[in-house]
Design a protein around this ligand. Structure first.
Ligand SMILES: CC(C)(COP(=O)(O)OP(=O)(O)OC[C@H]1O[C@@H](n2cnc3c(N)ncnc32)[C@H](O)[C@@H]1OP(=O)(O)O)[C@@H](O)C(=O)NCCC(=O)NCCS
Length: 202
């Protein structure tokens, strides 16, 4: 595969396990690009670790235990994905990534907890380039959480960035002990509507 040799320099310091996961993620991304007829193009790594997509595409990558998960879209979009083992998230104290109001909205079962964690990571990836700083789960306060049938969670967030507030949507689904999340920047300015409602309520 031509893309494997072209990324060699950016992954030289990776352990065998890390390299295996990295390749699983890249493979998933290349499969998605193939769907657009753009397979075989190099997905480089930016200094902050973000994938550098071929011109005309955006996307996001996640990987766990040699499984890769990727989303690729046409155009310059803010999207993020994440994939986690629910059992692994269970080991992380919930207070490290969620506040009591978020838990009350989303539910505190293992799948809801994993969904909160994973949606926040997907949201981070969607806007990491705007934040210019590392992942802080408390920047992504989940609002209007909507638990759906069959272990699905839909939610939104308003994130402060140096260039203004950004509205994000996030959705997670739990299947076979894994949680898969997708986040994307909202094209509708529901943040303004929300502020109007808050103004009326006060
Ligand atoms: C981006 C981040 C969120 C990745 O999270 P992760 O769950 O460890 O790893 P994932 O498998 O889901 O994603 C890894 C991929 O994200 C992508 N990624 C890395 N940095 C990124 C960034 N700044 N912007 C967008 N995507 C990024 C890369 O494609 C990376 O794969 P690669 O390095 O093999 O190319 C990571 O920067 C991070 O900060 N992790 C901390 C996780 C943590 O401590 N969580 C605790 C919550 S309490």
């Amino acid at each position: 595969m031509p893309f494997l040799t072209s990324m060699a320099s950016s992954v030289q310091s990776f352990s065998e396990t890390r390299l295996r996961d990295h390749l699983a993620g890249r493979l998933a991304a290349h499969r998605a690009l193939e769907w657009f007829g753009a397979g075989g193009t190099v997905i480089a790594r930016a200094p902050d670790g973000a994938p550098v997509w071929p011109c005309g595409f955006s996307g996001s990558i996640s990987h766990v235990d040699a499984l890769g998960f990727a989303l690729v879209v046409r155009g310059d979009c803010h999207v993020g994905v994440d994939m986690e083992r629910v059992a692994r998230v269970k080991l992380v104290p919930v207070s490290m990534f969620a506040c009591p109001a978020e838990i009350e909205n989303c539910g505190d079962g293992a799948w809801a907890k994993a969904s909160i964690f994973s949606i926040k990571e997907a949201m981070f990836k969607a806007v990491a380039g705007l934040l210019r700083q590392g992942f802080d789960p408390f920047r992504f306060r989940l609002l209007d959480a909507e638990p759906l049938p069959r272990a699905r969670l839909r939610t939104r967030s308003l994130v402060e960035t140096p260039s203004g507030e950004v509205a994000l949507h996030g959705e997670a689904v739990v299947r076979d002990g894994m949680v898969f999340s997708v986040a994307w920047r909202s094209s509708r300015d529901w943040s303004a509507r929300r502020r109007r409602h808050a103004g009326r309520a006060s």
